[in-house]
Design a protein around this ligand. Structure first.
Ligand SMILES: [Zn+2]
Length: 94
């Protein structure tokens, strides 16, 4: 997914990475902050069916694997796009 920022930058984020970094309660355990999905189990042809703006701070992505509760704040998108890890509070196996 290509994202154009107000700064003039354009970044490209692989769909698999974006799907993997979903932080909804289904993907990250609310109590242990442990990620419940594995990158290797995300389908190779994953892609968004619909991307909808949520207020002024985030987008909600409706994925073609049936997952649609993921909300991505722009700050998270930017961090993913620029290779930063904003998720020191989330643990994962991979
Ligand atoms: Zn999710």
């Amino acid at each position: 997914m290509s994202i154009a920022w107000s700064s003039g930058e354009t970044t490209v984020v692989p769909f698999v990475e974006l799907r993997y970094r979903c932080r909804c309660a289904e993907c990250v355990d609310e109590w242990t902050r442990r990620r419940r999905i594995e990158k290797s189990r995300i389908r190779a042809d994953i892609s968004p069916l619909r991307v909808e703006a949520v207020g002024r701070y985030a987008v909600q992505i409706d994925w073609n694997d049936g997952h649609k509760t993921g909300i991505y704040p722009y700050s998270l998108l930017y961090a993913i796009a620029t290779g930063q890890s904003p998720e020191s509070d989330v643990t994962s196996d991979s």
